[in-house]
Design a binder for this molecule. Structure first.
Ligand code: NZQ
Ligand code: ZN
Length: 384
């Protein structure tokens, strides 16, 4: 086994009353905040007004950017940055899901040195400073609240990419599971798929010790168990609590202890689907995973069978893939193309985009031939 170092500086505040600590903590970061949020839910359900009230109680001046879209773009990052520059803010508060948090992370590292955020995303420029970031999470999905990754897309460049950087950990994240009671069924399902996908990317990565493997499999198990409970009763607080915690653990480093790399090939396939067709992140993964697993089923018999035994008590790759696919379908996540209006006429464009952006994993690299075959399986699933 390899040597390893663990580091995660995020201070996580979890539970119904966690925001009672928010105001005094925010005040330690200064007197001017930029509050970032998405197009509708955080305002509609009062999460933004709650956070603003807590800031105002501490006499913190507020500027706002409320136009972060799901699958955020570099333009939105630039717009938020312009406001932050004009108002000379001291810190950022992101209220929302992975999209809002990721956009805020890139503002946070681009602002102090006035860097071009796309140059930061593409690693042409290396930021050396950041503006403190506090997050108030409203959906259980990405794990962005407790990690140092951000994903932003650039429609002009035709790329949706991730950046992992030590300066983009939030300083504090506040997770009240009650805020997730308003997440609609489709977005709840996509979040469940995403946390499972994060554990699967780790599982199909480089080898890890047994304890890390058990953390990884347990995360998938918890996501399935509590996912079913939440889809059956969306107001089940305990299940929402467990899902929120599971999502955070799925991508905060636990599954990577003593593991050199996850694979992340399915995420790169999914990012192309989101880029080309504006598919929600989790939905892109519930389409891509069954196809990718079917394509590699004969190469990874042991890993897939161990997964199937632990999660579903089945004994073959085919049964495992069927069970996983059927779980995604049970919670209402799509598992194949065509979905919505993405018909066969888009197949070549999808293959071309995947090839142009060299979609593939760290462990399972993909050739042009592999990518075409996986896209075929997205349209015509066959599980060997
Ligand atoms: O648009 P708003 O108003 O914010 O509404 C959102 C959005 O429409 C809504 N929502 C969020 N909380 C809600 C709610 N609706 C009702 N009640 C609530 N409490 O849900 C929709 C989806 O939100 P979004 O933030 O887009 O979802 P998610 O958290 O899944 O984030 C997806 C983004 O994160 C990236 C994805 O690629 C995608 O761009 N990822 C980030 C990662 C990271 N930083 O570590 C890793 C992931 O693999 C992923 O790539
Ligand atoms: Zn993901």
């Amino acid at each position: 086994m390899e040597n390893f170092t663990i580091y995660n500086p995020v201070q996580l505040h979890f539970g119904k009353d966690c925001l009672s600590e928010f105001g005094p903590i925010a005040r330690t970061y200064g007197t001017k905040a930029l509050v970032m949020y998405g197009g509708s839910s955080s305002t509609k359900y009062g999460y933004v007004s709650t956070v603003k009230r807590l800031l105002e109680n501490e006499r913190i001046a507020i500027s706002e950017y409320g136009k972060v879209a799901p699958n955020p773009t570099v333009e939105q990052v630039k717009e938020a940055m312009a406001i932050a520059q004009q108002e000379r803010i001291d810190f950022i508060v992101a209220v929302g899901g992975g999209s809002v948090i990721d956009a805020a992370k890139i503002v946070s590292v681009s602002l102090p040195e006035n860097l071009d955020p796309w140059a930061v995303m593409t690693r042409k420029t290396n930021p050396t400073q950041n503006i403190p970031l506090l997050t108030v999470l409203t959906i259980a999905a990405t794990g962005s609240e407790m990690n140092n990754a951000a994903v932003v897309q650039n429609n002009e460049a035709g790329k949706k990419i991730g950046l992992v950087h030590p300066l983009i950990y939030p300083q504090h994240s506040f997770l009240n599971p009650e805020f997730t009671l308003t997440v609609p069924p489709d977005q709840t399902a996509y979040g469940i798929v995403d946390m499972i996908a994060h554990a699967l990317e780790a599982w199909f990565g480089t080898p890890a010790p047994n304890i890390t493997n058990l953390f990884t499999l347990t995360i998938i198990n918890e996501a399935i168990k509590n996912g079913i409970a939440v889809m059956t009763d969306p107001q089940n607080y305990e299940a929402r609590f467990n899902l929120m915690l599971t999502a955070t653990c799925a991508l905060n480093g636990i599954t990577e202890i003593c593991r050199q790399n996850g694979d992340w090939g399915v995420h790169s396939l999914g990012h192309e689907l989101s880029l080309q067709f504006d598919i929600p992140h989790g939905a892109s993964l519930s389409i891509a995973y069954p196809a990718w697993l079917s394509y590699f089923a004969t190469h990874q018999v042991d890993k897939i069978v161990t997964l199937g035994k632990f999660l579903f008590n089945v004994n073959t790759p085919a049964e495992t893939i069927r069970k996983l696919k059927s779980f995604f379908e049970t919670i209402g996540a799509p598992t194949r193309l065509p979905w919505k209006n993405i018909g066969l006429e888009h197949k070549e464009q999808l293959v071309a985009g995947l090839n142009r952006n060299r979609a593939g994993g760290y462990v399972y690299r993909l050739t042009n031939e592999d990518r075409r075959a996986i896209v075929e399986l997205m349209f015509n699933p066959t599980i060997a």
